[in-house]
Ligand binder design. Structure first.
Ligand code: FAD
Ligand code: DLZ
Ligand code: SF4
Length: 528
């Protein structure tokens, strides 16, 4: 085939931004955009049904938007009988359909896919232009410079540099209001009579309805409810969701950011992570929207700062760590945690009311907010010593916003401390008292958070002390863990032994996840 001067521009399911690097310099006359729904991506973990609908529907809408601009889009559907099922296979097939002289792509959000891309030039015999994903505030190179020479990373210091560099919430070279961080104001509990803003829902259109039917047929056994589906799948609707959050959620976002309430998974949270992660919104525009609302007197500083810290700070920080540390990062297991993931992470069938509530929210919405993820399902996995790869595969599957670059550091580092403190200075381990303080979950539970041992003792209490005892060799010397270890050591030895015995008896009741559903990272590697 005679090659033209055109490029084949591959757009992945999380590259759905009109200004994504791979579309820079697009030549409408000669170039073709390739988008492919592939079985390999749909199957590397058993994704929540709403996550599959969200990504495929957003891809189809994005393809339509490009076509409406007169751009040639070659779109391969999941149910196309001739599909190869992989990015590499679809690229190869597309090269036989289009006479192009090069391949252009934006770097992916996942190490696994990057490794695939690196083989494409040799396989295709064409130059492959892998462009930096410049939709982030902090490039990989910039993060590497920040990290250089540091033994451990701390988000707070990274965040301050990002504030200075972007000028967000700055007064000259000083932070707005005189403090960098207003988290101390953000740990209030929810009063019972508080009226919460309704979640904004976007009714499925014909494209989404068609994808929902496809997912219903192809993935009937995947985790999660398919309907009702209320997520935005276009940029226009994602912007509406952002406006709704800034007006109705952000003013109270800070105060009760860490609170949890039965039947109310959304509270004042943004529900914007899926849009940011696939490219329907940009981190810059959401931070500017929050800053503008603050400067107009619509939201308090603690809310605007708290929100901007999540996006400008945490989100960029975990991405920096991912790309700097992978692929070795995923392999570490600093606490030697080896227990299997309990089946109730999938079924929600447990008498621990907090876990049942969070798994239920997750099943219904493909969503749980940060503290539910960190301090309920995450905390339990940490305390029970679950093997990191198993709990990581669960998070990657069940949340609509889960992509490796953001899920992995949050779970491996923040939740499981499997990176030996590279990301966080101490494990986020907590007993039932924390969950009781920050939620109303315990009121509906078979256990009592105030009972430490014996009949009715909250399993988080038993597991907490057992976790400290099991990991004393690793954690006793951590200055931030000194107080709990002093308490453990000051405990009456017979009582301590009773707690540890009851913790082990509880762990013995947990059972394992069913391997066919709950794939681990190792199994994934074997499968691919
Ligand atoms: P809000 O509470 O409104 O926060 C605003 C935004 O800040 C979010 O949309 C998100 O973009 C960003 N953000 C907040 N915290 C983090 C963080 N720790 N890391 C990265 N971005 C952050 N977020 C994902 O986007 N994908 C994931 O796969 C993911 N997995 C997580 C796993 C665990 C165990 C934990 C503890 C957190 C995880 N997070 C993940 C971070 C956070 O829980 C979600 O970003 C947030 O719940 C999304 O909901 P929201 O848009 O309502 O967030
Ligand atoms: C997550 C996902 C899914 C489920 N399906 C597709 C798909 O069919 N086609 C596609 O281009 N992307 C999909 N994605 C997103 C990719 O998994 C994502 O681009 C990689 O994980 C790299 O970040
Ligand atoms: Fe969870 Fe313990 Fe509270 Fe029950 S008592 S909801 S297990 S923290």
């Amino acid at each position: 085939m005679t090659r033209s001067r055109g490029a084949l521009r591959l757009i992945l399911g999380d590259h759905l931004s009109r200004d994504v690097a791979a579309l820079d310099g697009l030549d409408r006359e000669h170039d073709v955009v390739l988008m492919a729904e592939v079985a390999e991506e749909a199957g590397y973990v058993p994704h929540h049904k709403q996550k599959l609908v969200f990504i495929l529907s957003a891809m189809r809408h994005f393809a339509e938007e490009l076509r409406s601009e007169g751009i040639a889009v070659d779109y391969v559907r999941l149910d196309d009988p001739s599909t190869s099922g992989s990015f590499t296979g679809e690229l190869t097939r597309a090269l036989s359909r289009h006479a192009v002289d090069r391949i252009v792509v934006t770097e992916p959000g996942e190490w696994r896919v990057r490794a695939m891309m690196d083989a494409w030039a040799a396989a295709s015999g064409l130059p492959v232009d892998i462009r930096e994903d410049d939709r982030f505030f902090c490039s990989r190179g910039r993060f590497a410079r920040w990290a250089e020479g540091r033994k451990a990373f701390r988000m707070e210091f990274f965040y301050r540099e990002m504030r200075r560099e972007t000028g967000l919430l700055m007064q000259g070279d000083k932070p707005e209001g005189g403090q960098w961080n207003y988290d101390a104001d953000n740990r209030k509990t929810l009063s019972k009579d508080r009226v919460l803003p309704p979640r904004q829902r976007f009714a499925p259109d014909a494209i989404t309805a068609e994808v929902m039917e496809l997912i219903r047929q192809r993935f009937p056994d995947n985790f999660g409810d398919l309907a009702p589906f209320g997520w935005a799948v276009t940029r226009v609707d994602a912007l509406r969701a952002l406006d709704h959050f800034i007006a109705d959620g952000l003013p109270s976002f800070g105060d009760v950011q860490d609170a949890m309430k039965r039947g109310e998974p959304f509270l004042y949270h943004g529900l914007i992570s899926p849009y940011l992660n696939v490219g329907l919104l940009t981190p810059r525009e959401v931070c500017l929207a929050a800053e503008t609302a603050y400067r107009r007197g619509k939201v308090p500083l603690n809310a605007a700062e708290g929100f901007i810290r999540q996006v400008l700070g945490w989100r960029e920080y975990v991405r920096g760590i991912y790309w700097r540390e992978m692929p070795a990062y995923a392999e570490t297991n600093a606490l030697d945690a080896t227990r299997p993931l309990p089946w109730f992470y999938w079924s929600g069938e447990t008498d621990l009311a907090c876990i049942a509530e969070v798994v239920g929210d997750t099943r219904r919405h493909a969503y749980a907010h940060h503290i539910q993820r960190l301090m309920v399902t995450g905390n339990f996995a940490l305390l029970a010593g679950i093997r990191p790869a198993e709990i990581e595969a669960w998070y990657l599957a069940v949340y609509i916003d889960a992509f490796d670059w953001v899920e992995l550091p949050n779970v491996h580092g923040m939740v499981m401390f499997a990176d030996d403190g590279l990301l966080a200075s101490k494990p986020y381990a907590a007993s039932g008292a924390y969950i009781d303080r920050m939620s109303d979950y315990c009121g509906a539970c078979a256990y009592d958070p105030k009972i430490k041992v014996g009949k009715g003792a909250c399993p988080f209490n038993l597991l907490y002390w057992n976790f400290l005892a099991e990991n004393a060799g690793r954690l006793r010397g951590n200055p931030r863990m000194a107080m709990p270890y002093r308490t453990l050591e000051a405990m009456d030895p017979a009582r301590r032994q009773q707690i540890l015995d009851e913790a082990h008896a509880f762990i013995d009741t947990l059972g394992a996840s069913q391997p066919a559903v709950a794939k681990t990272r190792d199994q994934l590697t074997l499968d691919l």
